[in-house]
Design a binder for this molecule. Structure first.
Ligand SMILES: CC(C)(COP(=O)(O)OP(=O)(O)OC[C@H]1O[C@@H](n2cnc3c(N)ncnc32)[C@H](O)[C@@H]1OP(=O)(O)O)[C@@H](O)C(=O)NCCC(=O)NCCS
Length: 179
């Protein structure tokens, strides 16, 4: 199974494994709030970095963050705990890639892992002139990769639909105020 959007033949497909990223960080005092837990913005920054590295590895092009879907923090992360950030390309279209990023924390003394956040990020590859450029297709082998691809495809359809509906609503609003 691979994505089917048109792209130059000289771009061979790649598997999600080829571009997967695993980062480990530690929560430092400067990363925490008055409660001794991490700032959400710090986690968002790690998510963006891990996602960008994964997308760049897939495209071997400069990439920009186009969007980050709703991000829910499921549990706080305390000072001194380890943070594991894993990023994998879930889906590619012509020039954009959805990268799923999962964040887990690890208690350094007990080894207990806690799922902290999951985010779906979209990156767009750019050519030397800063314009969106085609990316390699995604070669899917495992059932998990195929499941993630189908879920990501649904999310993309929802994003496109929502964006079209907003444009339509804005157009009709501006026509109403002109008349
Ligand atoms: C993302 C960006 C390159 C898209 O440029 P554009 O001129 O709108 O390009 P297009 O309309 O041709 O879309 C290009 C691709 O981006 C995707 N895209 C555009 N906006 C998107 C969004 N908000 N969310 C997800 N994907 C998006 C399109 O679906 C398309 O994907 P496809 O080729 O795989 O089908 C442009 O909006 C940009 O540069 N944004 C700023 C990015 C940035 O600076 N990020 C850092 C944080 S500020």
């Amino acid at each position: 199974m691979s994505s089917t959007n048109s792209r130059p033949a000289e771009l061979p497909g790649k598997s999600p494994e080829d571009s997967a990223v695993i980062m480990t960080e530690i929560v430092l005092p400067s990363d925490t709030n008055a409660l001794g837990t991490i700032f959400g913005g710090k986690v968002m920054s790690w998510i963006d970095i891990a996602g960008a590295i994964s997308a760049t590895r897939h495209a071997r092009r400069a990439v920009v963050t186009a969007s980050i879907d709703a991000l829910h923090f499921l549990a706080p992360i305390r000072l001194g705990h380890f943070v594991h950030i894993r990023a994998t390309v879930n889906y590619v279209s012509r020039t954009s890639m959805e990268v799923g990023v999962r964040v887990d924390s690890e208690n350094p003394l007990t080894g207990e892992f806690t799922h902290t956040a999951t985010a779906y990020t979209t990156f767009v590859a750019l050519d030397d002139h800063g314009r969106p450029t085609p990316v390699p297709s995604l070669l899917l082998k495992t059932p998990n990769e195929k499941r993630r691809y189908i879920a990501a495809q649904k999310r993309r359809q929802s994003r496109v639909l929502l964006s079209e509906e907003i444009k339509k609503a804005e157009k009709s609003q501006s026509e109403d105020s002109d008349s």
